[in-house]
Every structure is written in C-alpha cells, then in structure tokens.
Design a protein around this ligand. Structure first.
Ligand code: SF4
Ligand code: SF4
Ligand SMILES: [Zn+2]
Length: 335
C-alpha cells in the first residue's frame, strides 16, 4: 500500500501483539500485522487497520440503472457505476471473480474527483453514483466520504451489495443512501456456507434494516440444482412478500463462471419462479435471459404497462410521479 493512500479503517479494535479485529462485517477477522482480512480489502499495518481499496477503482461506467438491477428507481436513467476490488464472500459462481477475489490493476480516484465525474455526466442524464461490481461495503470509508459529496450535488447514492455487513456501520451509512439492490442468493444457510462462505441471515437483516431508510430491491440468482426448487423459491417469495408485496424481486439467470460449471439456468426454471412469485408479489422480473413480458412494469390495478423495457432500455410511458398514469395506482417507483 502506498503511504499516501493510507486511510484508517472505521470499525476495528486492537488486540494483543498488534493484532486487530475488524468489526465491519460479521466475520470479525482477526488480522495479524502485515496481513489483510478475508475480503482482501482491509490491512493491518503495525496494529492499525487500513482500508486497502480506498478509491482504488477497477471498473467505472455510465450504466443504465436497469443494469444494477433497479427497475423502480428512476427508470430509464443512467448512473455512474464504480467498483473496486475484494469481497467478504467467496461465491464459487462469482461473475466478477477477477475483481472480487483478487487485486487487479486499479486507478486511484478521490471522492472529489469521482463526484466531479458524476456531475460531468449530468448532461447524459446521470442520476449519481452506484457502488457496485465488487462488494461495496468493504470500501466503507470511501463510501462514507463520497456519498455525502454526491448528495450535496443533488445526486443519488446507490449500493449493489451482498448485504454482509454489521448493523452499526450499516445504520451509520443508511442515511446517505437512496437505493440498494441486495442479493438474496438463497434462503438456505447450507447454500451460503457451502458455496459462498457466508450465512443466509445477514443479507436478510440488511434488507429489513435498509427498507426503513431507502428504496430496496432484491436479486436472486437461480442456479440449477442449488437454489431453484419450488420450495426454495416459495420460501424466498414468502419472506419478501412478508416484508412488502410491492418489493421488486429480480430472478436472474446464472451462467457458468469462475469455479462453478453447472449448466446455465433454463428458461423453464425462470418461468416457474416468475409464476410462483407473481402469486404473492406485485413486481417480479427476470434478468440475464430474455423472456417476453418479464421485464416490463405492469400496474397491478389496471394492468397498463407503466414502464416497458427492452434489454437495458426503459421507457416510462405510463408513469407519472411513480404512479400509473392510467389509473393513479402507486407502483413503489421513485421517479
Ligand atoms: S470487512 Fe473484511 S476484514 Fe473486516 S471482518 Fe469483513 S471480511 Fe474481515
Ligand atoms: S458476493 Fe458477489 S462479488 Fe462477492 S464473491 Fe459473491 S458473487 Fe462475487
Ligand atoms: Zn393503473
């Protein structure tokens, strides 16, 4: 780590012999001097914990908000999307494993510079900044420094996350966030332990806490034979519907990646998930595979297509201030 780039981590405590315990996420890594935590993004230097990926940008793009995916948050608008390196899970099916599980080349972009870039993208309709691609919570200090600057420009902060974070840092950051997409990879603890090195309860807790502060959508990647049984889908749908029948839920098609070589999710599985979910949820979407009629937002009251989508292009043709222009029903859309 370059000395000029040192940023002391929030949320850690000192132990004996210059060891530290990181308190940012539930793993509470005990980190020896000169070592990093499990996420690869927090380093112990002589008894002080530092953020190793502060401002270290590996990916930067002006993406459609639909690509996050967020379908109910300013549909049709682009957002400057930024990623760093590291992750506090190790999913064997990770699509972004080059940046989540390693430390690739990165470029330092200060919070001020990133905000300037976001402002410069305003003529293209840029909404703000989305922290995404790898796990953003492990860049906690960068988020905490950048998000207020983004907000001060009247722009939005969006997080795309695995939801693995301790409650105290989450609560401290939530007032600065406008929207989140949280991965609920499975409702089964066994799945999380075996394939991701995690626990199923943590992302659910994050969703429930975040809903009190900002707009939230859920993504469930369906992996054949691992989390795609009717029972597993029903359990997830029941939980989401219990939070709100207006919670947008995205079922996403898996494709072989990284260390995982199961065949891609068949269309039939996604159709079945859609069928199960629409019986209890108002806004259910299929991503990563085109299935007619599963990406549009339909008004649950009058069935008008409020937002039509093709690929990542969205047209809010029948939408006014987040409501159906045809009948006035609320659609849980922020616009
Ligand atoms: S944020 Fe990283 S270092 Fe800290 S407890 Fe989680 S995995 Fe360990
Ligand atoms: S949480 Fe996301 S980024 Fe992290 S390893 Fe899993 S799939 Fe990859
Ligand atoms: Zn309507």
């Amino acid at each position: 780590m370059d000395r000029d780039d040192l940023h002391i981590a929030s949320y850690f405590r000192n132990l004996s012999q210059q060891d530290v315990e990181c308190l940012l996420c539930p793993w509470h890594c005990r980190i020896r001097p000169g070592k990093t935590g499990l996420c690869g993004a927090r380093e112990n230097h002589e008894g002080t914990l530092y953020s190793a990926n502060y401002g270290q940008v590996t990916s930067l793009a002006l993406d459609p908000i639909e690509k996050k995916p967020l379908y109910h948050f300013y549909p049709g608008r682009p957002i400057l999307s930024v990623g760093s390196f590291g992750c506090n899970l190790s999913c064997s099916f990770c699509q972004n494993w080059q940046i989540s599980q390693g430390r690739p080349l990165s470029e330092y972009i200060s919070p001020e510079k990133l905000v300037e870039m976001a402002v410069n993208c305003r003529p293209q309709g840029n909404l703000g900044v989305a922290y995404t691609y790898n796990e953003p919570f492990i860049s906690y200090e960068y988020l905490a420094d950048t998000a207020p600057l983004v907000a001060a420009e009247g722009m939005k902060n969006v997080l795309v996350t695995n939801g693995i974070v301790e409650s105290e840092p989450l609560q401290a950051l939530l007032p600065h966030l406008d929207a989140m997409n949280v991965d609920i990879k499975s409702m089964d603890d066994e799945f999380y332990r075996r394939l991701c090195g995690g626990r199923a309860q943590h992302p659910r807790d994050t969703v429930e806490a975040a809903m009190a502060h900002c707009h939230v959508e859920i993504t469930n990647l369906l992996i054949p034979g691992e989390n795609d049984s009717d029972e597993q889908i029903e359990t997830l749908v029941d939980w989401a519907a219990g939070l709100s029948e207006h919670m947008p839920v995205h079922f996403s098609a898996y494709r072989p990646a990284h260390d995982f070589h199961a065949p891609s999710t068949p269309a039939a599985t996604l159709k079945r998930a859609h069928e199960i979910a629409v019986s209890k949820l108002k806004f259910v979407y299929i991503g990563n595979l085109h299935l007619d009629g599963t990406t549009d937002t339909r008004c649950p009251s009058c069935d008008a297509v409020a937002v039509s989508r093709s690929g990542f292009q969205a047209r809010p043709d029948c939408l006014s201030e987040g409501r159906c222009s045809n009948c006035g029903a609320g659609l849980n859309i922020i616009q």
